[in-house]
Write a protein that binds this ligand. Structure first.
Ligand code: BG6
Length: 480
């Protein structure tokens, strides 16, 4: 195949992080306690625990993060050295509204992000901002039960409006809820807590609670989109989903149907956020299940007008499902039970199936259905890095992973005509893993000296991938 010059000028090359995973300064500048502040460290295969408030005798890795709160100038300078055009981070809700339900925002928190965004612009780096990335105020969990409560819509909209107004000339690219679809895996305490601040009570139907919370979130998202566009018509406000294509294990029709149903269950959020309405299968399912959901006609109108401008998504891996004998006709996807290994793919040390072609596949899948611009706002390889005898980290495995994914991304643009805004690989600087709370699951081009127990100098150093990625950006993706 002839070599194709894939990517447009102005393509947003960069990197991505989230406030709670790198900032630290968890109780500084008037910041309140977030849900990330009550999560302990897990390990590979060991879930993080959620404690009842902050306990003196527990270790909470997000409290210090990598102390970006005090290192942001140094870190952004390193991003600029790699030639970043964009830097994706989130605004910690608890810096702006420490409890979430205050009347007035916290000025010190607002000033912190002024400084961060100014520092980005100093180097011509566009901030790309997620409003809610697994870090809602913990007070809203305790006092309202998280997103199970309709009042959450008002709290979120107030937060969104405050930061839209404050940064209307500093931030153009926004996303509302990070990986809003993780909670389809509601059987997992982590997924529904990080997305929605929900702790399922005994006797409760977790799926029903999840659908209610999700509904309030998509309404809040649609309201934010509407308000954001009023504040600055140039704003680009996106949805954000964890894009994990779910393949059928074989061409057996039952496997195909099972994969289709699993895809529906994971990606209906985009139908609502991009097309402005619920898909028929879901309305039918919720009715059949007898769920008594608070979904008003006014809400449905809001969804119609608050459609997003683009689809932001993370891509790390693909899943596979296989049907079982006598699957019920109203079978419903259960991530905890339904996944099988894909014999054609290798896995990372954390069991994530590496599938570069899956990235091209999802870009086509999204394009066929939604016809809006796409933005790959996360992609990357979590791996243990070792400092070699020469004192350096030679992370060829990370370069290989990223190169293969960028190749597929470029094919999707050049051959398949996908409209792609940018590419911001995850954890451009090492940070706390969301899933495990580990430091040792590293994604960065920049190494940070800190271990899983919280020990280390926090000193930053460049891995081999740093130089490689700089070259990729400088050549606009030609020189991989
Ligand atoms: C996504 C999240 O789930 O993947 C990030 O948006 C997260 O917050 C990233 O860090 C990688 O996952 P993990 O569990 O390896 O940190």
């Amino acid at each position: 195949v002839e070599k194709v010059n894939a990517l447009p000028k102005g393509f947003l090359w960069g990197g991505a992080v989230a406030a709670h995973q790198l900032e630290g300064g968890w109780d500084q500048g008037g910041k309140g306690v977030s849900i990330a502040d009550v999560m302990t460290a897990g390990a590979n295969g060991i879930e993080r625990r959620i404690t009842d408030g902050v306990k003196a005798d527990e270790y909470y890795p997000n409290h210090e993060g990598i102390d970006f709160y005090h290192h942001y100038k140094e870190d952004i300078k390193l991003f600029a050295e790699m030639d970043f055009k964009a830097f994706r981070t989130s605004i910690a809700w608890t810096r702006i509204f420490p409890n979430g339900d205050e009347a007035e925002p916290n000025e010190a928190g607002l000033e912190f992000y002024d400084r961060v965004f100014d520092e980005c612009h100093k180097y011509g780096i566009e901030p790309v901002i997620t409003l809610s990335h697994f870090e809602m105020p913990y007070h809203l969990v305790k006092a309202y039960g998280g997103w199970r409560d309709r009042r959450m819509i008002d709290f979120f909209v107030k937060f969104a409006t405050t930061v839209f107004k404050r940064y209307k000339n500093k931030v153009k690219y926004w996303m509302t809820f990070n990986e809003i679809n993780n909670q389809t895996d509601y059987q997992r305490e982590f997924a529904i807590f990080t997305n929605s601040g929900i702790q399922v009570k005994p006797g409760e139907n977790a799926e029903e609670v999840m659908y209610q919370a999700s509904h309030y979130e998509v309404v809040a998202s649609a309201l934010a989109v509407q308000i954001g566009h009023q504040i600055n018509p140039d704003f680009q406000i996106g949805a954000m989903v964890a894009m994990v294509p779910i393949y059928p294990a074989t061409s057996k029709p039952q496997d195909i149907m099972k994969a289709e149903r699993a895809m529906q269950a994971r990606y209906w959020y985009l139908d609502v956020q991009v097309k402005g309405q619920y898909p028929s299968w879901l309305t039918a399912y919720q009715r059949r299940a007898g769920y008594d959901l608070d979904i008003t006609l006014a809400d449905l109108d809001v969804l119609q007008v608050g459609k997003v401008d683009y689809i932001g998504f993370s891509y790390y891996m693909s899943f596979t499902v296989a049907s079982k004998d006598n699957e019920p006709v109203d079978y419903h996807y259960n991530e905890a039970a339904d996944l099988v290994a894909n014999q054609f793919l290798q896995q990372s040390e954390w069991g994530w199936q590496i599938d570069p072609e899956g990235l091209r596949y999802v870009m086509n899948w999204l394009n066929d259905r939604y016809q809006v611009p796409q933005f790959i706002v996360e992609n990357g390889y979590g791996a243990v890095d070792k400092i070699e005898a020469d004192g350096k980290i030679h992370d060829d495995y990370r370069i290989d992973y990223l190169r293969q994914h960028i190749e597929q991304m470029e094919l999707a643009v050049a051959i398949d005509g996908v409209d792609l805004m940018g590419y911001t690989p995850w954890g451009c600087i090492d940070l706390i893993s969301a899933g495990t709370g580990q430091m040792s699951k590293r994604y960065g081009f920049i190494y940070v000296d800190k271990d899983d127990q919280g020990q280390g100098s926090l000193q930053r150093s460049k891995k081999d991938s740093f130089k490689w990625y700089k070259k990729v950006i400088s050549s606009n993706g030609e020189d991989l």
